[in-house]
Ligand binder design. Structure first.
Ligand code: NAP
Length: 420
């Protein structure tokens, strides 16, 4: 495999698909893994995570052949484009990759490269585990009550990029269509208006919700909660909820119950080895995350709700410096932290690389290297518990040792070496 804008390492082998149906992979002991360091603090957390993942691979008798691929400012500098086709192809071909954050300008400017990557590769599930590590300070009393995983639909919703700028012909054409053909009068104010479209399909909703239910079954979780604003957006978010219950009722037999079935057929007593699908309205859900944290295990939701919710949940377990994520679809995985490029800290060797490291942990798990993945988690947890932390956690604890990004990575690598 060769590319113009990507150098393929010669010390690794390519991951291939073993089973089209299940998405199972053939993973060599020295896989080639594309990595985008990313914009802003990506240049700090990217290399730090790489070193930790290398150490975990080495400690378990393997190696990772990193393949640097470019997007965002690094791609503009090198190739004068935001997202080279070779970057997308390299990730598509090599199946498992990791990326740091990419900046998206607000208002004018190019569209989100993150959204473009997820859409182009049809990585339809953005999965964000939120769990507490011992020793991580938190603004809530019982951060350990949070052990939740969010499945966020990644390709649709108001994030799909179907929108027209105020004052353009496109926006006026859509306004005319709505007012004249659809007879929607007196809703849109006179004067310039920006218009966006919110597509939520049965196909997109059901495939995401299946992922969440499958995960709950495979990991002995009791509930899957559909989070929506279906009371207001009846035909989009309401439909998502209804399709979720349809999947639960029609595709899983007795293994999955709806909340109604739980009460009608089991008096509210959940039988062993079942998953109950319930739903919550998104605004209520945001407060329930704080007040009834331990009742929520697996969340399935749409793109915008999922983005808001996972940042809020991330705050409960120590903030954005901690929260990992990964995008899945069609036997591919692209790990990436929940946080963005935090430009004010760019290049300062200051921010917390934990979110990127733990995203890498998800990637190792996906490769089937659960021993290496566990090692990463344990080493990060023990490092933080020993009081060695970056600025974000240091400002929330008494004492402790404030480390730079690279020093924190050194400490985690050292811990991996002592644990293995
Ligand atoms: P952000 O980059 O996530 O940063 C917001 C704040 O979160 C930071 O100021 C910092 O808080 C804290 N933070 C984030 N990462 C941290 C880390 N690794 N360690 C410690 N603290 C961390 O959000 P933003 O400022 O709203 O967005 C900046 C850019 O990132 C935008 O262009 C946005 O589009 C982009 N973005 C990209 C992605 C992605 O690539 N997937 C995701 C989200 C946003 P304190 O200042 O309080 O310490």
């Amino acid at each position: 495999m060769s590319y113009d804008k990507v150098e393929v390492p010669d010390d690794g082998e390519q991951i291939t698909l073993a089973d089209e149906e299940t998405g199972e992979l053939n993973v060599p002991e020295n896989p080639i893994v594309p990595i985008i360091h990313g914009d802003g603090i990506g240049t700090d957390v990217g290399p730090a995570a790489q070193r930790v993942l290398d150490a975990a691979a080495e400690a378990t008798g393997r190696s990772i052949a990193w393949m640097r691929v470019y997007a965002g400012s690094a791609a503009r500098e090198k190739y004068d484009e935001n997202l080279p086709e070779d970057t997308v192809s390299a990730i598509r071909d090599h199946r498992v990759a990791i990326k740091g954050p990419l900046t998206t300008p607000v208002g004018a400017g190019f569209r989100s490269l993150n959204v473009a990557l997820r859409q182009t590769l049809d990585m339809y599930a953005n999965v964000r585990p939120t769990y507490h590590l011992d020793g991580v300070p938190s603004p809530v009393k019982n951060p350990e009550a949070m052990d939740m995983i969010t499945f966020r639909e990644n390709t649709e919703d108001v994030y799909a990029g179907v929108e027209w700028e105020a004052g353009t012909g496109g926006a006026e054409q859509v306004r005319e269509f709505l007012e004249d053909d659809m007879e929607i009068a007196d809703i849109i104010h006179d004067g310039p208006v920006g218009i966006g479209v919110k597509p939520i399909s049965e196909f997109g909703s059901k495939r995401l919700i299946r992922e969440a239910i499958d995960y709950a079954i495979a990991n002995d979780r009791d509930t899957v909660t559909l989070v929506h604003k279906g009371n207001i957006m009846k035909f989009t978010e309401g439909a998502f909820r209804d399709w979720g219950y349809e999947v639960a009722e029609e595709e899983y037999g007795d293994d999955v119950l709806t909340e109604d079935e739980l009460w009608d057929e089991h008096d509210g007593e959940q039988p062993d080895d079942t998953v109950v699908v319930n739903d919550r309205i998104a605004d209520n859900m945001l407060q329930q995350l704080l007040t009834r944290t331990d009742e929520y295990e697996v969340i399935a939701t749409m793109n915008l709700n999922g983005d808001y919710m996972s940042d809020a949940a991330g705050a409960q377990i120590g903030g954005l410096g901690i929260a990992p994520g990964v995008n899945y679809g069609h036997g591919r995985a692209l790990a990436e932290p929940v946080h963005g490029s935090a430009p004010k800290y760019a290049g300062e060797n200051k921010v917390n690389p934990t979110a990127m490291i733990l995203s890498g942990r998800e990637m190792l798990d996906y490769l089937g290297w659960s021993d290496a993945a566990d090692l990463v988690r344990d080493a990060v947890e023990e490092t933080i518990s020993s009081g060695k932390v970056t600025y974000d956690l240091h400002r929330q604890i008494e004492g402790g040792e404030k480390l730079a990004t690279s020093e924190f990575a050194d400490a985690v690598v050292e811990k991996i070496e002592t644990l293995s």
